[in-house]
Design a protein around this ligand. Structure first.
Ligand code: KG4
Ligand code: ZN
Length: 413
């Protein structure tokens, strides 16, 4: 079980990014008076954090279920729910203790209520409802993907509007963030999300048996092995080459990869469950194709935004976040596109790309500042396993059918 660090007193050490040097707005400032407790339980991380209005993290706690789900070969919703039940109270208590904040000092409690695994969301919501009633605090329901999209603003003053690519185990989407609760959805996953694909490929390759990968998520394992692999050995087709929109599809790619794995198992005379000798090359080819697909859809989204004046002409920005955004190779692939189109790419450090309570608390802070979506303690709120982000513009993107100038995906390794 992974426990992440307690109090982030200075963000500098965490913000060592290759592409951008972060300079958080909160550094050196005294904590301001309004404090928000954030609670995250939408998938397999139980997270809580207390933030002040400047984005200063007073205390946080995170319990990851990753090891359990790795052993069972995927997330079983009832198991995830049970683990949230067992850990949430302690995680919240730890975040409060580490921040030295009594619940009476909180200005609000923000909790993920959509989208996510129903049973997991239910645990966070039930706990939060009891908590806000007991302490008579306002409640701020949070959209998990909005939180991923806005985390970057906790770290640097990124002005609206900006383009955001969110890639995780459950989602893949491109949207224009125009305000705290104002998004235009340009593209989404038609089947599975890239993190899900990487996790499934890693399972099919039995990477849990690989001595260097046994504790890593599928995406992390593929990234590690890809470093020593030949990405040209298995030239998988980049998905949706003939579909001129910004949606994503990974199921067909996974099928191509599975066929390749089966063929190589037959050639090597080994059974499913045994590590292939070409595992590094499969990892590298898989990662390259996932990265190229994400980059190409983002390229089209940038051109759509330019054609429709959706981004500022002065320093337009693409933000990349979500668990899969931790991947350095994918970050480099996106840099190829942003360099070619004159945009800058911002990626929060990996710690803030994956699920955590901090990003939920930050979304609560942003909403509190603007007075948006703040509910009284006794209001009835339900969770929503499926919830689209913002206004759906995917039909307009498809109708525009933008053909892209060819950009060589020469991604540095
Ligand atoms: O955002 P997240 O923590 O949870 C969801 O909301 O899904 O993302 C988890 C996903 C997993 O599928 C994991 O394999 C993937 O992010 N991931 C990565 C990397 N680290 C985590 N994928 C590619 N490269 C990585 N370094
Ligand atoms: Zn997430």
């Amino acid at each position: 079980m992974t426990m992440l660090p307690t109090q982030v007193k200075c963000l500098h050490r965490l913000l060592q990014l290759k592409h951008i040097c972060w300079c958080p707005t909160s550094l050196g400032k005294a904590p301001s008076s309004r404090l928000v407790l954030g609670i995250e339980t939408s998938c397999d991380e139980t997270g809580a954090a207390v933030l002040d209005e400047t984005g200063h993290i007073l205390g946080e706690s995170l319990h990851s279920q990753k090891e359990v789900h790795l052993r069972t070969g995927g997330i079983i919703p009832t198991v995830a729910q049970q683990l949230h039940r067992e850990n949430l109270e302690r995680v919240v208590q730890e975040a409060l203790e580490r921040s030295a904040v009594d619940p009476s000092r909180l200005s609000a409690v923000a909790t993920t209520v959509k989208p996510g695994l129903g049973p997991s969301l239910g645990v966070g919501l039930e706990f939060s409802r009891r908590f806000v009633r007991r302490h008579d605090k306002p409640f701020i329901p949070i959209h998990h993907m909005e939180a991923h999209a806005l985390t970057v603003r906790m770290l640097r003053p990124v002005a609206f509007p900006f383009l955001v690519l969110l890639v995780s185990g459950g989602h893949s989407l491109l949207a224009v963030a125009r305000g705290v609760n104002d998004f235009l959805l340009l593209g989404h996953a038609l089947d599975e999300a890239p993190g899900d694909t990487l996790d499934k490929v890693a399972r099919r390759l039995s990477l849990i048996k690989h001595p260097r990968c046994s504790t890593l998520s599928g995406g992390q394992a593929i990234e590690l092995l890809a470093k020593e692999g030949d990405r040209t050995r298995f030239p998988f087709r980049t998905p949706m080459g003939q579909t001129y929109d910004c949606c994503f599809s990974f199921a067909g790619l996974r099928n191509q990869i599975n066929m390749t794995i089966m063929k190589n198992e037959a050639e090597e005379g080994i059974e499913q469950g045994t590590l292939l000798s070409c595992v590094n090359d499969i990892a590298a080819s898989t990662q390259h194709t996932v990265a190229s697909h994400l980059a190409k859809r983002t390229h089209r989204a940038i051109l759509f935004c330019k054609a429709n004046g959706l981004l500022p002409s002065n320093s337009p920005t693409v933000v990349l976040s979500g668990g899969v955004a931790s991947n350095e190779y994918i970050r480099k692939a996106l840099t190829v596109i942003t360099d070619a189109t004159g945009l800058s790419l911002l990626c929060p450090p990996a710690k803030f790309c994956t699920d955590n309570g901090v990003m939920i608390a930050w979304n609560g802070v942003e909403r509190l500042r603007e007075g948006k979506g703040i509910l009284p303690p006794d209001v009835d709120v339900s969770y929503e396993p499926k919830a689209r982000l913002g206004v759906d513009m995917t039909a307009q993107v498809k109708a525009a059918a933008i053909r892209m100038p060819s950009v060589r995906m020469k991604i540095p390794r």
